[in-house]
Design a protein around this ligand. Structure first.
Ligand SMILES: [Zn+2]
Ligand SMILES: [Zn+2]
Length: 182
């Protein structure tokens, strides 16, 4: 019999801070509680949560994308799950909301201008800034390892190579360009 493992554990996605004590040392086969309703991967209880509003098991990468779509930054095709406001996230996915509170607040308070510039430069003028800060905060808290940055020593130009597991759409692109320690 083959073990079923969590896709996010197997591919190196971080667990949000408050679940770090449960970080497995190898792909987790003991803790799979369902497959993600959005993207269908198997996901453990450290990388997914049941949406209290819909009863659907949602992996955290899919929640980050859903927040970006809900904010009006990413296109509808990326997610069918929607959040009307931050309080929705807190009520429906309380573990993820609590564990990412710090990152989400930092995105709201400190880098609002930079995020706003990154989105508007992509041709999006109207979007929900709070929900997009939530999307970026969650994305930063969970994304696997830093992007590869090669710096050309002669011209001092940085080339960012997107992580092969980057989130899709504009959120993924913006996350790849944000420094990890910020
Ligand atoms: Zn996992
Ligand atoms: Zn998913």
């Amino acid at each position: 019999m083959t073990d079923i493992v969590c896709w996010a554990c197997a591919t190196g996605w971080q667990m949000p801070a408050q679940r770090a004590d449960k970080m497995p040392t190898q792909p987790n086969s003991a803790d799979i509680l369902g497959s993600c309703w959005e993207c269908h991967v198997f996901a453990c209880s450290g990388h997914a949560e049941r949406d209290a509003a819909s009863g659907k098991w949602l992996c955290y990468p899919s929640v980050a994308i859903a927040l970006s779509v809900s904010a009006g930054v990413d296109d509808d095709q990326y997610s069918t799950t929607r959040f009307a406001k931050t309080q929705d996230l807190e009520q429906r996915l309380p573990n993820l909301a609590a564990a990412t509170l710090h990152e989400r607040r930092r995105m709201r308070d400190q880098t609002a201008d930079r995020l706003h510039g990154a989105v508007t430069s992509d041709g999006i003028d109207l979007f929900d800034k709070d929900l997009f800060a939530d999307a970026v905060g969650v994305g930063k808290a969970i994304k696997p390892t830093a992007p590869l940055i090669a710096r050309d020593l002669l011209f001092n130009v940085a080339t960012v190579t997107p992580h092969p597991l980057a989130l899709p759409g504009r959120l993924g692109k913006i996350l790849e360009t944000l420094p990890d320690a910020d």
